[in-house]
Design a binder for this molecule. Structure first.
Ligand SMILES: Nc1nc2c(c(=O)[nH]1)N[C@H]1C(S)=C(S)[C@@H](COP(=O)(O)OP(=O)(O)OC[C@H]3O[C@@H](n4cnc5c(=O)[nH]c(N)nc54)[C@H](O)[C@@H]3O)O[C@H]1N2
Ligand SMILES: Nc1nc2c(c(=O)[nH]1)N[C@H]1C(S)=C(S)[C@@H](COP(=O)(O)OP(=O)(O)OC[C@H]3O[C@@H](n4cnc5c(=O)[nH]c(N)nc54)[C@H](O)[C@@H]3O)O[C@H]1N2
Ligand SMILES: [Mo]
Length: 745
């Protein structure tokens, strides 16, 4: 008999509850400065406080009470840590030595506290003064044969003000090479949705959840990745609203929640059931699931014919396509039963207002764009767009990823944006499209992109295919990281490199005109202010707008844009935003409204900004990908409960029952049995592209033929070329694999 393995033990409680409070206490203690962190927690997401860097879920309007969120607390504690990495740390460790450390260790060292330059001769980073750092970037950028040899990456924590300046700088410099984390995340939404409804953002607001009659959830894990949504789902559940989940994995946070906000629930040991129906389709089968649901809805005949006639195009073609898809295919591909489809279609038919919420389980596939469009189709069939209590709710990732896009961070900018920039600033921005993240990596690999500047993020670890990505980064002539923490992206180059320490959201930001606030936009298009309050890790740390301005002034000495003056007073940046970006008139004034202002959404008002001015049903246009016979299992990569993307806070994934390790593959018990595997057995994961060793099988409630491993540990299985051809989103969530025992027991 095998010894009992304490690292693998199923979790039976509800999500939230005392375990969440205990976990928060632990991380606050581990990060040091509990007093500051606790203070920070109480300020998070308050009208006069700072925006929690944890996720993009909106704050209830005019909140006055503190809303507890375990993973928000972790994000805040991680940022407000009292630990710093100083010059002596970099004197102690060479870059080669740092490379041998884990991602967890690198970030655990603390906040970056001084600008640093890499010295290839000693293989160490050492301190440099800011002006010299800016001049180095400027001289590299000016020496390139053309502006498209540089790329400007953004991760979604960047404020609106910094993002606006950054894209303006890149475009005055002459390139649209603005890859960003959206390319790895909700790009399928940004590309797919405008073709359906004219806008690439969600159409619902929090108030809609309060009156929705049905909520469908596809491919997201709120208990871990947007825990404040559980409060919203709990309220819906209390009202008796059916919540139907489509997720190949059983996720505790979607099943049951004990709300730390509610003393009685906490003290009585009670909890609220969330999902009324939990369906587990096979990984990557959502497009079939949606087609099956639509076929049933058409059979029932509960569609909104008036809406379809008045507002949409393409209905007949959709019906013809759905008729041509046979049930056998749908049932085999999805693994759900006909009864499952009938049940959900009945619920959908009876509901007068349905919201579909979705996350990475929908977008990160070879057919991500198509998946998003099938969700829009389902909603349009019953007029569930632009109706109170109804609509589409893509759940964004980073806390300001939506705002960064609104500010113009996009490698494929609209002509309208470029026209406005030209009118307001008097220079001609480049019109050719730039590169997305996977294109950028390919261009770096081929020596075409030679300078990479990263405004936050950790492209080396977030991107698929570490082997190719790391090789690509090693070819850079200059690699600049504007960051709060040390990470692997700082360590892979062979040329010149700079680490420029940036203020985080919670840091006080004082510029020439005094204390500054920034602004952010949440998943539901609410724009609001965020003000830091704690002293920065050192006097040498600069704000993102100040760093962009410093680089811009050093690169473009002839520029007529007063870069340094703008960085001295963010109100002036916002005045420019108001002139360039639609919806921001009176930006400075409106930002003073407690809780912020709503940017509006044309589709939510049934104004369809499509070429025909009508919503468009979209056909499934891509052929299904056949799973190769040698790789019969479909693997998805997911986040644990103890990480923020590439930031690994700790080694536990409480709700999935994994403790102190991340080397696991969650498998269906039958798939394990067929391979003679038991929980805890060492396995090899064979991919079409590359294989991973030293993993361990864990029996889990996951759909047959499906399995899951953690991001980023499993990124090596994903080829750089494996992406959705429409949106370039990497197929992180559908990797065909075979799994075999590593040793015979
Ligand atoms: N604490 C914390 N919060 C975060 C983050 C974090 O790492 N930590 N990351 C932030 C970011 S950038 C993002 S984008 C969001 C991510 O938030 P999520 O979208 O919740 O992220 P994932 O962990 O990738 O989880 C995807 C979910 O999709 C399911 N899934 C996988 N494959 C499929 C499929 O084929 N079909 C369906 N229907 N479901 C599938 C998985 O089982 C999992 O439950 O969270 C944001 N918030
Ligand atoms: N296999 C797999 N891979 C994935 C995914 C997946 O589901 N599966 N998800 C993808 C998704 S959805 C995303 S969004 C990407 C995430 O990709 P990124 O956004 O590039 O990565 P993060 O891990 O969020 O970035 C962490 C770094 O950001 C820096 N940072 C943190 N806060 C700040 C700040 O306020 N300012 C500045 N300047 N820097 C800061 C810190 O130095 C930290 O090391 O990963 C993608 N990769
Ligand atoms: Mo994301």
């Amino acid at each position: 008999m095998k010894p009992i393995d304490k690292t693998l033990r199923p979790y039976t409680g509800a999500a939230g509850g005392w375990d969440a409070l205990a976990a928060t206490g632990r991380i606050v203690r581990d990060q040091g400065a509990p007093a500051t962190s606790t203070h920070a927690l109480l300020k998070a997401n308050q009208p006069d406080g700072f925006d929690c860097p944890g996720c993009a879920w909106p704050d209830p309007r005019h909140t006055s009470s503190f809303e507890f969120c375990e993973n928000g607390a972790k994000a805040v504690a991680w940022e407000t840590t009292s630990r710093t990495v100083e010059a002596d740390f970099f004197a102690r460790y060479s870059v080669t030595e740092l490379l041998t450390q884990t991602d967890h260790w690198l970030e655990s060292q603390g906040r970056l506290s001084c600008p640093l330059r890499y010295d290839a001769i000693t293989d160490h980073y050492s301190p440099i003064d800011w002006q010299s750092a800016f001049d180095i970037v400027g001289s590299h950028l000016r020496a390139l044969p053309g502006p498209d040899h540089a790329a400007f990456y953004t991760s979604g924590r960047t404020s609106n003000e910094a993002a606006f300046l950054y894209q303006l700088f890149a475009r005055e410099y002459g390139t649209n090479n603005l890859p960003d984390c959206s390319n790895l995340c909700h790009e399928a939404t940004s590309v797919g949705l405008p073709r359906c409804i004219g806008v690439g953002k969600g159409t619902v607001q929090l108030a809609d959840f309060a009156i929705a009659e049905l909520i469908l959830s596809f491919g997201h894990n709120p208990g871990t990745n947007h825990p404040r949504m559980l409060t919203t789902l709990r309220e819906a559940a209390k009202r008796g609203v059916p919540i139907v989940v489509f997720n190949p994995l059983r996720e505790r946070g979607l099943e049951r929640f004990r709300s730390p906000q509610h003393a009685i629930e906490m003290l009585s040991g009670g909890s609220t059931e969330l999902a009324t129906h939990y369906l587990q389709p096979r990984i990557g089968s959502d497009s079939y699931v949606l087609q099956g649901l639509m076929k049933c809805v058409l059979e029932i005949g509960s569609i909104d014919r008036e809406f379809i006639a008045a507002h949409t195009d393409g209905f007949d073609a959709l019906v013809a396509q759905l008729d041509a898809v046979d049930w056998n295919t749908i049932l085999t591909k999805s693994g759900l039963t006909r009864a499952d489809y009938d049940t959900v279609a009945q619920l959908y038919s009876r509901s007068n207002a349905t919201i579909v919420a979705y996350g990475m389980g929908i977008t990160q596939h070879l057919h991500g764009t198509q998946n998003v469009q099938q969700i829009a189709n389902l909603l349009l069939l019953k007029g569930n767009m632009g109706k109170p209590g109804a609509g589409i709710c893509p759940i964004r990732g980073h806390s300001n990823v939506q705002g960064d896009r609104t500010m113009g961070i996009s490698e494929r900018p609209t002509a309208a944006l470029l026209d406005r920039i030209q009118q307001v600033f008097g220079f001609a921005p480049p019109r050719e499209h730039g590169c997305s993240v996977v294109e950028c990596i390919d261009l770096m690999r081929r020596g075409k992109i030679r300078v990479l500047i990263s405004m936050g993020g950790n492209i080396a670890v977030a991107a698929p295919d570490p082997q190719q990505t790391h090789e690509a980064m090693s070819k850079l002539v200059l690699n600049v990281g504007v960051h709060t923490k040390l990470n692997r992206s700082h360590l892979l180059h062979r040329g010149d490199a700079l680490i420029l320490p940036a203020l985080a959201r919670s840091d006080l930001d004082v510029q020439a005109s005094g204390i500054q606030s920034v602004s952010v936009e949440d998943s539901m298009s609410m724009v609001h202010a965020s003000s830091g309050f704690k002293p920065p890790p050192s006097e040498l740390v600069k704000s993102e707008p100040a760093i962009v301005a410093g680089i811009a002034a050093a690169t473009l000495p002839e520029s007529r844009i007063p870069w340094l003056e703008l960085a001295g007073d963010y109100g002036k940046i916002r005045d420019l935003v108001a002139q360039v970006i639609p919806g921001f008139d009176g930006f400075n004034e409106r930002l003073r409204t407690p809780g912020g202002f709503y940017l509006g959404n044309a589709a939510a008002a049934r104004q369809w900004l499509t070429p025909t001015k009508r919503a468009q049903f979209q056909l499934v246009s891509l052929q299904p990908v056949a799973t190769p016979a040698d790789f019969p299992l479909m693997l998805t990569t997911v986040r644990s409960h103890d990480q923020y993307n590439t930031t690994i806070y700790g080694m536990s994934d409480r709700y999935r029952g994994v403790h102190g390790r991340r080397d696991v593959v969650f498998m269906n018990p039958q798939d394990m049995q067929e391979r003679g595997l038991e929980t805890g057995d060492a396995i090899r994961v064979l991919g079409m592209y590359r294989s991973l060793h030293d993993f361990v099988a864990v029996s889990y409630a996951v759909a047959l033929g499906s399995c899951a491993a953690y991001y980023p540990e499993a990124n090596g299985l994903i080829a750089l070329e494996s992406f959705d051809p429409q949106s370039f989103t990497p197929a992180y969530k559908s990797v065909p694999v075979q799994i075999e025992a590593a040793t015979t027991r």
